[in-house]
Design a protein around this ligand. Structure first.
Ligand SMILES: Nc1ncnc2c1ncn2[C@@H]1O[C@H](COP(=O)(O)OP(=O)(O)OP(=O)(O)O)[C@@H](O)[C@H]1O
Length: 456
C-alpha cells in the first residue's frame, strides 16, 4: 500500500496516542501541542492542548529546552510525588527549535531500581547456572590450562587443537598422570560439541557386571533392582557431546563387541531393549596400557582398537620433558596456594636438582601430590629440599626425606598414608598399569580404583 500524507499523518497520530510511554509535544515556548493518552491518564487531565506546559506538569523543563535547544536525557523529574525519568528532545528545522518532544521512561525510578535489582539477580542466577552446567557437563579444562613449553608438549597441543575441530574418534595414550583426561576435556571444550555434555566413564573403576548397563542403559524390568522406567546409559547422556572412555584397555571382551557395534552403527541398545536408539556422540578413549600387547594377548579386539585409534595422541611422560618442570611447578603451586592458603615465594636450587633427578613414575599428578605435601611441611615461604618427600625406592642418591616418625598421629591418618604409599609403590612396580597394580596388592580392580581416586 502506498501511503499518502493524510494517511501517514493519521497513522502517526494513532501511534502517538496509543504509545505505552507517556509522551508530550510542546512548541518552543512550552505550549502543549500534543499529549498522549498514557500521559493524560497519569496526570489525570483532559483538554489541555494549547495550555502552557508549566501549568499542567510540575517541575517541567520543556519550555527551557524549547529556548535553549539542548536535549535533556534521563533527567529525574518529580511529578505527583513520584520520581520520573524524563527525556526532552528539541525538534529542529533549519537550525531552529520548532517543538520539543518529551517522554517518560519509567513512571517511577522505583520501577527502575526494581528492574535493576531484577537484572542483577538474573545475572547472578545466570552465572550460577553457567557454572553448574559446566560442572555437570564436566568440561572444566581448556588448552590454555595444559601447561608446558617443551617442544613435545607444544607440538602435541597444536595437533590436538586441530583434532578438536574434527569429529574423529581419538585414542589418547600415556602413563598415569600425564594429563590424558586433561587433553580429552580440552578437545571437547574446543570442539563444535562444546555446548553439549562431556561424560567420562572410567571403564576400569566400574565392576564388569555393571559396566554394560552404565554405558548403554537398561529398559524397565531388565533385571532385579533395576529402576522402574529404565535408565539412560552414559552414551545416551553424552548425546550431541563427547564421551571419554577412560582406561579402555580394561573393558571386558563381550562389551568390546557391543562398543564396536555402537561405533559402527551409531546407535545404542539398552540392556533388555528390543529397539535401538540413534546417538550422536564423539568418542575419546584413553589408556595407559600397551594396547598392542593387549591385542597380542587376546585381551583387546584388534578391530575395536583400529576403530578407536582414528587419531592417536601419545602424551610423553614427565621425565621426557623435564624442561616443563618450572612452568608446571609454578602453575601447580598457584593452584595449591588457592586451596591450601600456603604461598611459596622462593624455591631453593636444590629442589630443582631433586626434581630433575627423579623419574616421576606418577607424572604430573605425582608432582602435584609431592608439592602439596611439601606445602604442609613448610614453615615459612621458602620451599626447600627437606620438604620434598620422594619414594625411597627411587631415591638413589637423591636427598629425599622419609616421614618424620617422632610425632604420634591419629591411627586413621597413619593407615591412610600407609595405604596410599602401598598403592603408589604398586603402581610404580606395575609401570603405571592399574590392573597389574591391583593384582600386586591382591585387591579387585574396582576397589583399587576407588582407593586410587580417593587419594588423587
Ligand atoms: N600439562 C599439564 N598442565 C597442568 N596440569 C596437568 C598437566 N598434565 C596433567 N596435569 C594435572 O595432573 C593431574 C592428572 O591429570 P589427568 O587426570 O589428566 O591424567 P591422566 O593421564 O588422565 O591420569 P590417569 O591415567 O591416572 O587417569 C590433574 O590434576 C591434571 O590437572
Amino acid at each position: 500500500m502506498d501511503w499518502n500524507l493524510q494517511q501517514m499523518s493519521k497513522l502517526l497520530e494513532v501511534v502517538f496516542e496509543n504509545a505505552h510511554e507517556p509522551m508530550i509535544v510542546t512548541d518552543k515556548d512550552g505550549k502543549i501541542l500534543l499529549l498522549n493518552r498514557s500521559y493524560r491518564e497519569f496526570l489525570n487531565v483532559q483538554d489541555v492542548i494549547g495550555q502552557p506546559v508549566t501549568d499542567v506538569i510540575e517541575n517541567t523543563r520543556m519550555h527551557i529546552v524549547g529556548q535553549e535547544g539542548v536535549a535533556e536525557i534521563a533527567d529525574i523529574q518529580q511529578i505527583k510525588g513520584q520520581n520520573m525519568i524524563a527525556h526532552r528532545i528539541p525538534i529542529m528545522d533549519e537550525g531552529k527549535v520548532i517543538a520539543v518532544l518529551g517522554t517518560v521512561l519509567f513512571q517511577d525510578v522505583q520501577e527502575l531500581t526494581a528492574l535493576a535489582a531484577m537484572v542483577a539477580q538474573l545475572k547472578d542466577e545466570l552465572t550460577y547456572y553457567k557454572k553448574e552446567l559446566r560442572r555437570r557437563m564436566g568440561a572444566t579444562y581448556h588448552f590454555d590450562q595444559i601447561v608446558g613449553y617443551s617442544q613435545k608438549l607444544q607440538e602435541l597441543k597444536g595437533f590436538s587443537l586441530k583434532v578438536a575441530k574434527s569429529d574423529s574418534t581419538v585414542l589418547i595414550t600415556g602413563e598415569s598422570g600425564t594429563g590424558k583426561e586433561l587433553f580429552a576435556h580440552a578437545i571437547h571444550a574446543e570442539s563444535k560439541r562444546k555446548m553439549g555434555p562431556f561424560i567420562r566413564v572410567n571403564c576400569a573403576a566400574i565392576p564388569d557386571s555393571l559396566l554394560e548397563s552404565e554405558l548403554f542403559g537398561y529398559e524397565e524390568g531388565a533385571f532385579t533392582g533395576a529402576v522402574r522406567r529404565g535408565k539412560k546409559g552414559k552414551f545416551e547422556l553424552a548425546n550431541h557431546g563427547t564421551i571419554l572412555l577412560d582406561e579402555i584397555g580394561d573393558m571386558p571382551l563381550p562389551l568390546q563387541a557391543k562398543l564396536l557395534r555402537v561405533l559402527q552403527e551409531k546407535e545404542v541398545e539398552r540392556v533388555g531393549a528390543v529397539r535401538t536408539t540413534p546417538i550422536d556422540v564423539r568418542v575419546i578413549a584413553s589408556t595407559n596400557s600397551d594396547m598392542l600387547q593387549s591385542i597380542k594377548e587376546g585381551k583387546f579386539r584388534a578391530d575395536l582398537y583400529y576403530r578407536l585409534n582414528v587419531v592417536s595422541l601419545s602424551i610423553p611422560p614427565l621425565r621426557e620433558r623435564l624442561e616443563d618442570l618450572p612452568e608446571l611447578v609454578s602453575n601447580l603451586l598457584k593452584q595449591l596456594g588457592e586451596s591450601t592458603g600456603v604461598a611459596v615465594r622462593t624455591i631453593d636450587e636444590e629442589v630443582w636438582n631433586v626434581f630433575r633427578g627423579y623419574s616421576w613414575p606418577g607424572n604430573v599428578r605425582e608432582l602435584k601430590n609431592v608439592l602439596e605435601r611439601a606445602l604442609h611441611l613448610m614453615e615459612d615461604d621458602v620451599l626447600k629440599k627437606e620438604h620434598i618427600w620422594l619414594p625411597v625406592s627411587d631415591e638413589g642418591s637423591l636427598p629425599s626425606l622419609s616421614v618424620p616418625t617422632h610425632a604420634v598421629r591419629p591411627l586413621k591418618q597413619v593407615l591412610e598414608e600407609a595405604e596410599q604409599e602401598a598403592l603408589r609403590q604398586a603402581m610404580q612396580q606395575a609401570g603405571g598399569n592399574k590392573l597389574s597394580a591391583a593384582k600386586l596388592l591382591q585387591i579387585s580392580k574396582s576397589s583399587f580404583y576407588e582407593k586410587w581416586e580417593k587419594y588423587q
